[in-house]
Design a protein around this ligand. Structure first.
Ligand code: ZN
Ligand code: ZN
Length: 272
């Protein structure tokens, strides 16, 4: 294994989630919530291409994460990894039609220069997971969205990653007083729903460690949150900890910067 690991969030939110991870010559996707065309377009804007993608790791069957997974496997021949429950619930094609790979019981897979660890998440999917990616030097990118609370398992797996992407879905007050129907508010606020700004801020205090260099706020709700509110919650948590880290608030409609585990992140010419 060689090279250092970096990540770019191509899209984040309930309209579609997709991130790309690169290390040495290996490029992976995390979730496939954009159309193939849009995935291609945003990858190109960040200096990568779909032809380089060696695999897609899907978190769960909700359409904002799995939209183009079957297409990527069948039409583009890209291997897709997911839990058995997600493969079934998402209706992903069988092994004769596409390269769909069920994650092993311990959830660890190596692809080229990247080691991938799946971790179970508390969400209302059938068998949802989040992922931690490591390079050959043991430097890590942990990304978790779509979870109702930070379980001990997630906290343990994602503690002290060099780069941490954490869901900051809603402001509780905006959600409570907003236009969503009661059943949906209950679902989002439940133990298997989505993480609020306040819960994310509390989580940061547990997850940030001496090795952490960058954090990203992910999966912001358009109706029940704003980038400013989520950003402020993260900034206050960082201030409370007395640390200065690179902070990114990922957007639904454009890629973030590349964020590297060694802190040498670079922005690319984003031309969309
Ligand atoms: Zn989602
Ligand atoms: Zn979900």
């Amino acid at each position: 294994m060689s090279g250092s690991l970096e990540i770019v969030f191509l899209a984040s939110g309930s309209s579609g989630n997709c991130a790309a991870l690169r290390c040495g010559g290996t490029l992976l996707l995390l979730d496939a919530g954009l159309s193939i065309r849009e995935t291609e377009r945003r990858l190109r804007a960040t200096g990568a291409s779909l032809e380089e993608v060696r695999g897609v790791f899907v978190t769960h069957e909700h359409s904002d994460h799995v939209r183009s997974a079957a297409d990527l496997a069948v039409r583009k021949g890209v291997p897709v990894w997911a839990t058995a429950g997600t493969v079934e619930a998402a209706g992903l094609p069988g092994p004769l039609l596409a390269d769909i790979r069920v994650l092993p019981p311990r959830g660890e897979v190596a692809v080229g220069d990247i080691l991938v660890q799946a971790v179970s998440t508390p969400h209302d999917g059938v068998e949802s997971v989040c992922y931690r990616f490591s390079d050959g030097a043991g430097r890590r990118v942990g990304v978790v969205t779509d979870l109702g609370h930070l379980s001990d398992e997630v906290l343990e797996a994602l503690a002290d990653c060099e780069v941490l992407g954490l869901e900051s879905n809603h402001d509780v007050e905006l959600l409570r007083t907003g236009p969503y129907p009661t059943f949906l508010k209950r679902r989002i606020l439940s133990d298997v729903g989505h993480l609020s700004n306040a819960a994310a801020a509390t989580g940061l205090r547990a997850l940030i460690g001496p090795r952490t260099r960058a954090v990203a706020a992910l999966h912001l709700s358009r109706q029940n949150n704003t980038p400013a509110l989520a950003g402020r919650a993260f900034e206050e948590a960082l201030e409370g900890l007395g640390v200065q880290l690179h902070l990114e608030v990922a957007a639904p409609d454009r890629p973030s910067r590349w964020i590297a585990v060694d802190g040498e992140g670079h922005s690319c010419e984003v031309t969309l």
